[in-house]
Design a protein around this ligand. Structure first.
Ligand SMILES: [Zn+2]
Ligand SMILES: [Zn+2]
Length: 243
């Protein structure tokens, strides 16, 4: 089966004026996942089976809590807690922690702490977003290979946050090879570094503006340099910062 491509959202993101179009894609998926989870779908068995198992990460539980649908969240958390209680009741009845487990070189795995660790690392929204985000990344490479206009847009974009630069860098050899791969990596690295430097310089001027001698000097592009820097370093958009 041919895997689905998402050329429309990918092209839209690369036409948006932002410091990382991949962040843009990620955030719109997150928004959709929150709306989906808080919509009627949380009453569906397959969704509930998954949310009962995984629960939500701290970041996404905050997003869900801010949503209007308090009853929906309460119902989901209620059955998730019932499930957690059930599992931990069973596991604590049959195992106990040991000193060895904490200090031994090859830590002995305790089922209780293993389960809790796994629970802390799992989130229904994260899982849902990751599944589609992976295809979004594949679509970026697809567009790059097949669409001349996209290649130009890619090269003239404002670059990427560090995390998404790393993802594109790491995945490139899975989708491209030979001269095409070399050329992609050249453009990717150049676009990333050049734009990181641009925002770093903007941020420097932002700090220089605090010097009284620069009080009357123009802001240039530095007024919003701090939130734009945070996009580059932490993959958080300006809108998300204000949330
Ligand atoms: Zn990003
Ligand atoms: Zn999450």
């Amino acid at each position: 089966m041919k895997e689905q491509l998402y050329t429309i959202p990918v092209n839209d993101a690369f036409q948006t004026d932002c410091e990382c179009p991949v962040c843009d894609l990620y955030h719109s998926l997150e928004q959709e996942a929150v709306e989906f989870t808080m919509g009627p779908s949380y009453m569906e068995d397959d969704v509930r089976m998954e949310t009962n198992e995984t629960g939500f990460c701290p970041h996404h539980i905050r997003r869900l809590y801010k949503h209007q649908n308090r009853l929906g969240l309460a119902l989901m958390l209620h059955t998730h807690m019932q499930r957690t209680n059930e599992v931990l009741k069973e596991l604590t009845a049959t195992s106990s922690p040991s000193k060895k487990g904490l200090f031994a070189k090859k830590a002995e795995k305790n089922p209780v702490t293993e389960y809790i660790r796994q629970l802390e690392g799992s989130c229904y929204i994260c899982n849902r977003v990751e599944r589609i985000f992976d295809r979004y990344l594949a679509t970026i490479f697809h567009c790059y290979r097949h669409d001349e206009a996209f290649r130009e847009r890619f090269a003239s974009s404002k670059g990427f946050c560090t995390r998404h630069f790393g993802m594109l860098y790491e995945r490139a050899p899975l989708h491209l090879s030979g001269r095409e791969l070399d050329s992609f990596l050249g453009i990717l690295v150049d676009t990333y570094l050049k734009n990181m430097q641009r925002v770093t310089d903007d941020l420097e001027w932002f700090t220089d503006k605090f010097d009284y001698r620069n009080a009357d000097a123009p802001w240039k592009n530095s007024k919003d340099a701090l939130p734009r820097s945070i996009t580059k370093t932490n993959s958080i958009s300006e809108a998300q910062l204000e949330e």
